[in-house]
Unconditional design. Structure first.
Length: 222
């Protein structure tokens, strides 16, 4: 693959949680791509996205004349196009579990996503969390503890970084931004440690730097 084989259409790096997921996956696995970044908060943003994606939403992956506009579909497409990369765990049972938790993130946790939108660079702890969000957080803590119990010595959900980690990186960001005390939601330290892992490394640092640069260029503050 060359730089011109893929183009990834994304939104603002500080705010677009769905954009982070495929971007991080492709960076972690060194899959080259052209980045098309659209300021989703400017008038006409949807029309600009529609120039690339029929959904009018980000992210979208372009491969030649093909457009894939759903995050999990992007992940599965890349896994099929790059079978030599461990985008999903190799062992079948573990791979099935990784797909389960990724799909649950894809379709679930609506209260967390609504009440705690991604704000990657901010730290703004909240004093009170709604019961609905607390239920979401307890479930996430349970998922992370269960996955990590199978992972062995390596630090990610299923050992080495895989697509499930890309799906949950924005969740870790939210928990950091809003100062969530995971021990109050059933964590024995496993989830807190995983949050640190999910938000570490050169790819995440590159994303954060891009978010800072976009905020400065677009006249916002953080």
């Amino acid at each position: 693959m060359t730089d011109s084989d893929y183009a990834l259409v994304i939104g603002d790096k500080n705010y677009s949680s769905w954009s982070l997921r495929p971007w991080l996956l492709m960076r972690q696995f060194s899959i080259p791509f052209q980045e098309i970044n659209i300021d989703i908060y400017q008038p006409g943003a949807r029309n600009r996205i529609l120039e690339h994606s029929p959904s009018g939403l980000v992210p979208a992956l372009k491969s030649g004349d093909l457009v894939i506009w759903d995050t999990l579909a992007v992940i599965e497409f890349l896994a099929e196009r790059h079978p030599g990369l461990p985008i999903w765990p190799e062992e079948p049972d573990t791979r099935a579990l990784a797909r389960c938790v990724a799909a649950e993130m894809h379709s679930g946790f609506a209260d967390l996503r609504s009440e705690m939108p991604m704000d990657f660079l901010h730290l703004k702890p909240v004093a009170n969390i709604s019961d609905a969000v607390a239920r979401n957080i307890r479930r996430i803590v349970g998922i992370w503890r269960s996955c990590r119990s199978r992972a062995g010595a390596q630090p990610y959900l299923f050992g080495a970084f895989c697509a499930a980690d890309a799906m949950y990186a924005p969740v870790a960001s939210r928990l950091r931004t809003y100062g969530v005390d995971l021990s109050a939601h059933g964590d024995d330290g496993t989830a807190a440690t995983y949050c640190e892992t999910a938000l570490s490394g050169p790819a995440i640092a590159e994303w954060a730097e891009g978010a800072r640069r976009q905020i400065a260029e677009r006249g916002r503050t953080y």
